[in-house]
Design a protein around this ligand. Structure first.
Ligand code: TZP
Ligand code: MG
Length: 217
């Protein structure tokens, strides 16, 4: 099933209002869109559902107008009701086959994975992409496990047929080592949301990604 989204992008941006230097999720998303980001995930652990709903309605409108893929983290109902392009779930959430029954054929389903067995299971279950991480220690996610190791990223790059994004503690200075392991797309939160100049930071990240690709050849 060919879903209507672009994964031929090297940067997957995720919101984190508590790490956004006083800016709202909406302001941060506006800057991400202005910088040309093609995939944005709404991730918000602390707000009430009705507030998440209001924000997602606005972000859905903004992303739709800009042709940006919009993914909602955790909340399948919220993703459906705001007509997001996709939902991102974790290993402890509903089984992907059941999520697919809810969201239908058109919606993207992404799932976080930490080892080869989880990646294989995600493919078998019909995930559209997987998250691979955390690559490094990160304070952004509260219940995070230890870094999964570059071997797992290399395993995914060699053996997994669906798109994947490396995530967790990715910063300007460690992008080259992650890119070297064969990832095409980086999911980054705090390095971008904490930047005083978000679009400047995104451009800098793009430049490092580009240079890493050249070095890796
Ligand atoms: N999943 C695995 S690590 C992580 C998530 C959501 C947090 C990534 O945030 P940061 O700030 O890029 O380390
Ligand atoms: Mg989750």
């Amino acid at each position: 099933m060919e879903r209507n989204y672009r994964f031929n992008t090297e940067l997957y941006c995720i919101t984190a209002e508590e790490l956004s230097m006083g800016r709202s999720n909406i302001e941060v998303v506006r800057e991400m869109i202005a910088a040309g980001v093609q995939i944005i995930q709404y991730r918000e652990k602390d707000k009430k559902m009705k507030d998440k709903y209001s924000e997602c309605c606005i972000i859905r409108k903004m992303t739709k107008e800009a042709g940006v893929t919009f993914i909602v983290n955790d909340d399948i109902d919220l993703a459906m009701i705001v007509q997001a392009d996709g939902v991102h779930i974790g290993q402890d959430d509903l089984p992907i086959e059941k999520v697919r029954l809810l969201v239908g054929d058109k919606m993207i389903i992404g799932i976080s994975t930490h080892c080869p067995a989880e990646a294989q299971q995600a493919v078998l279950s019909g995930a559209d992409y997987i998250g691979v991480g955390p690559m490094f220690k990160t304070a952004t996610k509260k219940d995070v496990c230890d870094p999964v190791g570059f071997e797992y990223l290399e395993y995914v790059a060699k053996n997994i047929s669906i798109p994947f994004v490396a995530i967790g503690g990715i910063k300007i200075n460690n992008i080259p080592e992650v890119m070297k392991r064969g990832t095409q797309c980086l999911a980054i939160i705090s390095e971008i949301t904490t930047a005083s100049d978000i679009s400047g930071k995104i451009n800098q990240i793009r430049q490092v990604i580009k240079n890493s690709k050249v070095e890796g050849k």
